[in-house]
Design a protein around this ligand. Structure first.
Ligand code: SPV
Ligand code: MG
Length: 533
């Protein structure tokens, strides 16, 4: 629903609805978060937030600029307190066009003279607009709006200037006939006598909006019983802000330190949250060149491997392909995408594994543990944005590049065509929420359902290649899950795929499909193939 349609639905709803005052982007967002389905862009509150008087001292385009921030910050509709329309019918027409361009759902205009004065300042001395002139303004607005649901609310100040019920009724009826979508009946009495009297005579002929700033003690149920369409809480947000700012600033001025206020004011983190800092971090990950990011890597290389004589002394990660070790070839690809901080978890043959340019951690229990134990050895390195890899794979760098571009908190790389001809003993076959789709051209992610070792090929959607990535949030999830699993009696026998299967019970894991472009070295056959790779 467009914002205008949402506002129309509120005004025409059979229940009494509520609009909350807001005066800038932040107060608008706060009111939306509090649960309000619509906002009142109060002239008084916007003026006050700019420290000017509610007498059209802020120009209408300055008000428009504030509204743009409010509208951008929220999804709920905004009804602008448009004062007198800032001029005659012609200014009104331009105002409506500009409001619609900014996604404002409606405007309320009052039958006073420009520049207006707030209703609560010497109201009885104020002058009302000519009825005919004001009706022309309403009609001009209605005939200008492009969206049929844009709302024009006509406000009469008949009670404010002390003209009484007959004038209030006559004006309300004239404005209804001129095309107004609702009538705002204002009163400055401390009780709701005037509103009661009006509602009785009006007899529900058109929606009525009220602003109980002065008769605030009237129970809301009373307005509901009267059949009021919409209640505007017109200035409580700015007043709350004023009190809070006065208290905090006075306290700080007196104390000359912050200790007495810190616990009572919103945290900086709360400001970041309210303004969507997380979304920007996410966008930076997507749109900034990867070299600008700090991504680290953990390579699990504690295993011996079963390549006969080749791995009796040295670990698999040190097998050479065209004169280069698997580990250094893997590291080349990491560095190509800007990953320079690489931690290698060593185990078997660790005394041989001492290439420059890596940090090392040792799994002392490599003989009777599996790769999850090795990952836990590197637990203190699980933070920030992190790529985790088996130490016996070779990959082409585009795979890493695509993995880094995946915005998910946890993403794994899956080959959509498991290599069933391979002599490999163990294959981590993957079931996803949907099969790989050729048309999506490796750009879209699927979601992991489960990783199952040695599932029949036809039931698998692919094979986990042993390469995955976590965001800072994903790293926290990973640490938590690891901590929980490390308490299990069988922890030493668990694998990274057990970990992923555990995480996926409560968190989505994104699957980046590839087709080829990687190889894992499990056999002499694989090692030979790696030469051509
Ligand atoms: C406003 O919020 O600016 C209003 C309502 O116009 S009142 O201040 O009550 O007149
Ligand atoms: Mg106002």
């Amino acid at each position: 629903m467009s914002k205008a349609s949402q506002l129309r639905a509120l005004i025409e709803s059979p229940r009494t609805e509520f609009l909350m005052e807001a005066h800038d982007g932040l107060s608008a967002r706060i009111a939306e978060e509090a649960g309000f389905a619509g906002l009142w862009a109060s002239g008084l509150a916007i003026s006050a937030s700019l420290a000017v008087r509610d007498s059209n001292e802020a120009s209408w385009t300055q008000v428009l600029d504030v509204l743009e921030f409010m509208s951008d910050a929220t999804r709920v509709p905004i009804l602008l307190d448009g004062d007198t329309g800032y001029g005659n019918f012609n200014n009104m027409r331009r105002l409506v066009r500009k409001l619609e361009q900014r996604g404002i759902a409606g405007v309320c205009i009052e039958d006073k003279l420009f520049p207006k004065t707030n209703s609560f300042i010497r109201g009885e001395h104020q002058e009302l607009a000519d009825i005919g002139e004001f009706c022309g303004k309403i009609t001009a607005a209605k005939e200008t709006q492009a969206d049929e649901d844009f709302c024009v609310v006509a406000r009469t100040e008949a009670f404010i200037v002390g003209m009484g019920l007959a004038e209030a009724l006559a004006r309300a009826e004239a404005y209804r006939v001129a095309g107004a979508d609702a009538i705002l009946m204002h009163s400055k009495l401390a009780d709701c006598r005037e509103i009661d009297a009006f509602m009785k005579e009006w007899a529900g002929r058109h929606p009525v909006v009220i602003v109980p700033t002065k008769y605030y003690s009237t129970p809301t149920e009373h307005f509901e019983r009267l059949g009021v369409s919409t209640v505007i809480w017109a200035n409580q947000s700015i007043r709350a802000a004023v009190t809070a700012m006065q208290q905090a600033t006075r306290q700080i001025a007196n104390d000359r330190h912050l200790r007495n206020v810190e616990g009572d004011i919103a945290s900086v983190a709360e400001l970041f949250r309210l303004c969507g800092a997380d979304e920007l971090l996410e966008a930076e990950r997507r749109y900034l060149p990867t070299t600008g990011r700090v991504v680290t890597a953990i390579v699990l290389a504690a295993g011996q491997g079963e390549l006969g004589a080749l791995t009796t002394e040295t670990p698999k990660a040190l097998l050479t392909v065209k004169g280069r070790t698997i580990l250094s070839l893997l590291a080349d690809e990491f560095r190509r995408v800007g990953i320079h901080d690489i931690t290698v978890v060593r185990g078997f043959g660790r005394e041989h594994l001492n290439h420059e340019g890596f940090s090392y951690l040792d799994n002392e229990r490599f003989v009777d543990t599996r790769d999850l134990y090795s990952l836990n050895v590197a637990r203190q390195k699980i933070e920030g944005e992190l790529v985790i890899s088996y130490g016996d794979i070779l990959i082409k760098s585009y795979i890493l590049h695509d993995l880094l571009a995946d915005p998910a908190d946890i993403s794994i790389v899956v080959d959509c065509e498991p290599d069933s001809s391979s002599s490999r003993k163990r294959r981590d076959l993957v079931v996803t929420d949907r099969p790989y789709d050729r048309r999506s051209d490796f750009t879209a992610s699927a979601l992991l359902s489960q990783i199952i070792v040695d599932l029949p090929d036809r039931e698998a959607n692919g094979e986990f290649i042993g390469l995955w990535k976590v965001s800072p949030k994903g790293a926290a999830i990973l640490r938590q899950t690891l901590d929980a699993m490390s308490g299990r009696a069988d922890f030493a026998q668990l694998t990274v795929t057990d970990l992923l299967n555990e995480i996926v019970k409560s968190q989505p894991i994104s699957v980046r499909f590839v087709r080829g472009g990687w190889i894992d070295i499990d056999s002499l056959d694989d090692l030979q193939k790696a030469g051509a790779f």
